[in-house]
Ligand binder design. Structure first.
Ligand code: URA
Length: 218
Protein backbone atom coordinates (compact mmCIF):
# COMPACT_ATOMS: atom_id res chain seq x y z
CA UNK A 1 0.00 0.00 0.00
CA UNK A 2 1.27 3.48 -0.81
CA UNK A 3 1.69 5.61 2.27
CA UNK A 4 0.80 9.27 2.62
CA UNK A 5 4.40 10.37 2.36
CA UNK A 6 4.87 8.58 -0.93
CA UNK A 7 1.63 10.00 -2.31
CA UNK A 8 2.83 13.46 -1.40
CA UNK A 9 6.15 12.79 -3.10
CA UNK A 10 4.25 11.72 -6.19
CA UNK A 11 2.42 15.03 -6.06
CA UNK A 12 5.79 16.72 -6.07
CA UNK A 13 6.81 14.57 -9.02
CA UNK A 14 3.84 15.92 -10.89
CA UNK A 15 5.02 19.43 -10.13
CA UNK A 16 8.46 18.62 -11.52
CA UNK A 17 7.09 17.51 -14.85
CA UNK A 18 5.44 20.86 -15.48
CA UNK A 19 7.56 23.30 -17.45
CA UNK A 20 8.36 25.68 -14.66
CA UNK A 21 11.59 27.42 -13.71
CA UNK A 22 13.38 26.12 -10.59
CA UNK A 23 12.42 29.33 -8.75
CA UNK A 24 8.76 28.83 -9.59
CA UNK A 25 8.83 25.14 -8.61
CA UNK A 26 10.49 25.94 -5.32
CA UNK A 27 7.97 28.68 -4.66
CA UNK A 28 5.08 26.26 -5.21
CA UNK A 29 6.57 23.73 -2.82
CA UNK A 30 7.22 26.50 -0.29
CA UNK A 31 3.54 27.41 -0.37
CA UNK A 32 2.66 23.74 0.26
CA UNK A 33 5.02 23.73 3.24
CA UNK A 34 3.43 26.91 4.60
CA UNK A 35 0.12 25.07 4.88
CA UNK A 36 1.68 21.80 6.08
CA UNK A 37 0.05 19.86 8.92
CA UNK A 38 2.01 16.64 8.60
CA UNK A 39 3.35 16.75 12.16
CA UNK A 40 2.37 18.42 15.46
CA UNK A 41 4.93 21.21 15.02
CA UNK A 42 2.38 23.08 12.90
CA UNK A 43 0.32 23.77 16.03
CA UNK A 44 3.05 25.76 17.78
CA UNK A 45 4.82 27.47 14.87
CA UNK A 46 4.41 31.14 14.00
CA UNK A 47 5.44 30.29 10.46
CA UNK A 48 7.23 27.69 8.38
CA UNK A 49 10.89 28.45 7.72
CA UNK A 50 11.38 26.99 4.27
CA UNK A 51 14.83 28.10 3.11
CA UNK A 52 16.70 31.06 1.71
CA UNK A 53 19.57 31.88 -0.60
CA UNK A 54 20.95 31.41 -4.08
CA UNK A 55 19.33 28.37 -5.67
CA UNK A 56 21.70 28.58 -8.64
CA UNK A 57 24.82 28.34 -6.45
CA UNK A 58 24.93 24.53 -6.50
CA UNK A 59 25.64 24.54 -2.76
CA UNK A 60 23.21 23.63 0.03
CA UNK A 61 23.64 24.15 3.76
CA UNK A 62 21.34 22.08 5.97
CA UNK A 63 20.77 22.82 9.65
CA UNK A 64 18.48 21.17 12.17
CA UNK A 65 15.35 23.20 12.85
CA UNK A 66 14.34 26.85 13.20
CA UNK A 67 14.71 28.59 16.56
CA UNK A 68 12.72 31.50 18.01
CA UNK A 69 14.12 34.23 15.71
CA UNK A 70 13.72 32.09 12.62
CA UNK A 71 10.12 31.27 13.59
CA UNK A 72 9.45 34.99 13.98
CA UNK A 73 11.12 36.23 10.79
CA UNK A 74 10.76 33.18 8.53
CA UNK A 75 14.45 32.98 7.54
CA UNK A 76 16.92 30.24 8.61
CA UNK A 77 19.95 30.94 10.81
CA UNK A 78 19.35 34.56 11.73
CA UNK A 79 19.73 34.19 15.52
CA UNK A 80 22.94 34.02 17.55
CA UNK A 81 24.10 30.73 15.96
CA UNK A 82 23.40 32.15 12.52
CA UNK A 83 25.38 35.30 13.23
CA UNK A 84 28.41 33.25 14.29
CA UNK A 85 28.10 31.08 11.18
CA UNK A 86 27.65 34.06 8.83
CA UNK A 87 30.57 35.98 10.29
CA UNK A 88 33.04 33.03 10.10
CA UNK A 89 32.08 32.46 6.49
CA UNK A 90 32.45 36.14 5.68
CA UNK A 91 36.00 36.04 7.07
CA UNK A 92 36.61 33.31 4.49
CA UNK A 93 35.14 35.30 1.59
CA UNK A 94 31.75 33.57 1.51
CA UNK A 95 28.42 35.46 1.56
CA UNK A 96 25.37 33.42 2.51
CA UNK A 97 22.76 34.96 0.22
CA UNK A 98 25.12 34.82 -2.76
CA UNK A 99 27.08 31.59 -2.33
CA UNK A 100 24.60 28.96 -1.13
CA UNK A 101 21.03 28.07 -0.30
CA UNK A 102 20.31 27.36 3.38
CA UNK A 103 17.52 25.34 4.94
CA UNK A 104 16.84 22.89 7.78
CA UNK A 105 15.93 19.21 8.14
CA UNK A 106 12.75 20.32 9.92
CA UNK A 107 10.97 23.44 8.69
CA UNK A 108 9.01 24.37 11.84
CA UNK A 109 10.35 25.33 15.25
CA UNK A 110 10.25 22.55 17.86
CA UNK A 111 8.87 23.92 21.16
CA UNK A 112 11.55 25.31 23.48
CA UNK A 113 14.13 24.57 20.76
CA UNK A 114 14.22 20.88 21.66
CA UNK A 115 15.86 18.46 19.21
CA UNK A 116 13.69 17.42 16.28
CA UNK A 117 12.08 14.00 16.72
CA UNK A 118 12.51 11.18 14.16
CA UNK A 119 8.80 11.36 13.26
CA UNK A 120 9.07 15.11 12.59
CA UNK A 121 12.17 14.61 10.44
CA UNK A 122 10.34 11.91 8.49
CA UNK A 123 7.22 14.07 8.06
CA UNK A 124 9.31 16.96 6.71
CA UNK A 125 11.38 14.77 4.37
CA UNK A 126 9.40 15.46 1.15
CA UNK A 127 10.16 19.18 1.37
CA UNK A 128 13.90 18.67 1.76
CA UNK A 129 13.92 16.02 -0.96
CA UNK A 130 12.12 18.44 -3.27
CA UNK A 131 14.58 21.24 -2.47
CA UNK A 132 17.51 18.96 -3.27
CA UNK A 133 15.85 17.75 -6.46
CA UNK A 134 15.31 21.31 -7.68
CA UNK A 135 18.58 22.89 -6.56
CA UNK A 136 20.72 19.90 -7.62
CA UNK A 137 23.61 20.77 -5.30
CA UNK A 138 27.18 19.75 -5.98
CA UNK A 139 28.14 20.26 -2.33
CA UNK A 140 26.37 20.00 1.02
CA UNK A 141 27.28 21.39 4.42
CA UNK A 142 25.59 19.70 7.38
CA UNK A 143 25.32 21.86 10.50
CA UNK A 144 24.84 19.57 13.49
CA UNK A 145 24.41 15.84 13.91
CA UNK A 146 20.75 15.58 12.86
CA UNK A 147 21.50 17.05 9.50
CA UNK A 148 24.72 15.00 9.12
CA UNK A 149 22.90 11.78 10.06
CA UNK A 150 20.15 12.49 7.55
CA UNK A 151 22.54 13.33 4.72
CA UNK A 152 24.66 10.25 5.40
CA UNK A 153 21.56 8.04 5.58
CA UNK A 154 22.50 6.60 8.97
CA UNK A 155 19.88 5.22 11.34
CA UNK A 156 21.61 6.38 14.52
CA UNK A 157 22.87 9.87 15.13
CA UNK A 158 26.53 10.14 14.30
CA UNK A 159 29.41 11.31 16.45
CA UNK A 160 30.49 14.61 14.95
CA UNK A 161 34.04 14.10 16.23
CA UNK A 162 34.44 11.16 13.86
CA UNK A 163 33.05 12.71 10.71
CA UNK A 164 33.90 16.40 10.83
CA UNK A 165 36.74 18.14 9.02
CA UNK A 166 36.77 16.09 5.84
CA UNK A 167 34.94 15.55 2.58
CA UNK A 168 32.37 12.77 2.91
CA UNK A 169 29.97 11.35 0.37
CA UNK A 170 26.28 11.85 1.19
CA UNK A 171 23.56 9.27 0.55
CA UNK A 172 22.86 11.15 -2.67
CA UNK A 173 26.41 10.52 -3.91
CA UNK A 174 27.12 14.25 -3.58
CA UNK A 175 30.17 15.46 -1.56
CA UNK A 176 29.42 16.89 1.87
CA UNK A 177 31.15 18.42 4.85
CA UNK A 178 29.75 18.03 8.36
CA UNK A 179 30.47 20.24 11.31
CA UNK A 180 29.19 21.12 14.76
CA UNK A 181 26.06 23.17 15.01
CA UNK A 182 27.24 26.80 15.50
CA UNK A 183 25.24 27.00 18.75
CA UNK A 184 27.51 24.30 20.28
CA UNK A 185 30.01 27.07 21.06
CA UNK A 186 27.44 28.92 23.19
CA UNK A 187 26.24 25.75 24.94
CA UNK A 188 29.73 24.46 25.86
CA UNK A 189 30.13 23.48 29.51
CA UNK A 190 33.73 24.61 29.93
CA UNK A 191 36.16 27.08 28.45
CA UNK A 192 38.23 24.29 26.86
CA UNK A 193 35.12 22.76 25.30
CA UNK A 194 34.10 26.16 24.01
CA UNK A 195 37.52 26.64 22.44
CA UNK A 196 37.36 23.18 20.89
CA UNK A 197 33.96 23.83 19.25
CA UNK A 198 35.02 27.26 18.05
CA UNK A 199 38.29 25.97 16.56
CA UNK A 200 36.58 22.97 14.90
CA UNK A 201 33.83 25.14 13.45
CA UNK A 202 36.36 27.60 12.03
CA UNK A 203 38.47 24.81 10.50
CA UNK A 204 35.45 23.10 8.93
CA UNK A 205 33.94 26.31 7.58
CA UNK A 206 37.32 27.20 6.05
CA UNK A 207 37.28 23.81 4.31
CA UNK A 208 33.71 24.53 3.13
CA UNK A 209 34.71 27.98 1.82
CA UNK A 210 37.73 26.52 -0.02
CA UNK A 211 35.52 23.86 -1.58
CA UNK A 212 33.00 26.47 -2.78
CA UNK A 213 35.82 28.47 -4.38
CA UNK A 214 37.15 25.31 -6.03
CA UNK A 215 33.70 24.49 -7.45
CA UNK A 216 33.35 28.04 -8.75
CA UNK A 217 36.66 27.91 -10.57
CA UNK A 218 35.69 24.75 -12.50
N1 URA B 1 19.45 26.35 14.24
C1 URA B 1 19.18 25.60 13.14
O1 URA B 1 19.54 24.43 13.07
N2 URA B 1 18.51 26.19 12.15
C2 URA B 1 18.13 27.45 12.17
O2 URA B 1 17.52 27.91 11.19
C3 URA B 1 18.42 28.21 13.32
C4 URA B 1 19.08 27.64 14.34
Amino acid sequence: MRDKLLLELLDFQEIYTKRESPVHRLYRIKSLAERCRRCPLHTSRIQTVFGFGNIASGVMVIGEAPGANEDLYGKPFIGKAGERFTSILRENGIERDRDFYITNVVKCRPPKNRDPEPKEIEACKPYLMAQIEIIKPRLFLALGRYSATWLLGYKHTVSMKEIRGKILISKFGIPMIATYHPSAVDHARSQSQREFYDRSLREDLKLFADKIKELRSK
